[in-house]
Write a protein that binds this ligand. Structure first.
Ligand SMILES: [Zn+2]
Length: 83
């Protein structure tokens, strides 16, 4: 079984806060720091909000930007033709 499968859902690298759950090797792919799934002192655990911010930050910003842009275009175009 992959070592990362046993990790808590909010386990992150103690060096760079990379999410560690589900990894195939007991080593951070971001900074190379090793961790032990059986030793809670070898990694960090984030709170719900900071974990979500870390894991989804980039994607969320892009999604919100695209949706806002599309909504703005649709509102602008329909408003232009309706008025
Ligand atoms: Zn790391």
């Amino acid at each position: 079984m992959a070592p990362g499968q046993d990790m808590p859902w909010n386990a992150v690298c103690s060096g760079c806060e990379y999410p560690l759950r589900g990894l195939g090797h007991p080593e951070c792919p971001e900074c190379g720091l090793p961790f032990d799934p059986g030793d809670i002192h070898s990694f960090r655990r984030l709170g719900v909000l900071s974990y979500a911010r870390k894991a989804y930050s980039g994607k969320a910003v892009v999604t919100v930007f695209i949706l806002t842009f599309i909504a703005f275009l649709m509102l602008g175009v329909s408003g232009f033709y309706l008025l």
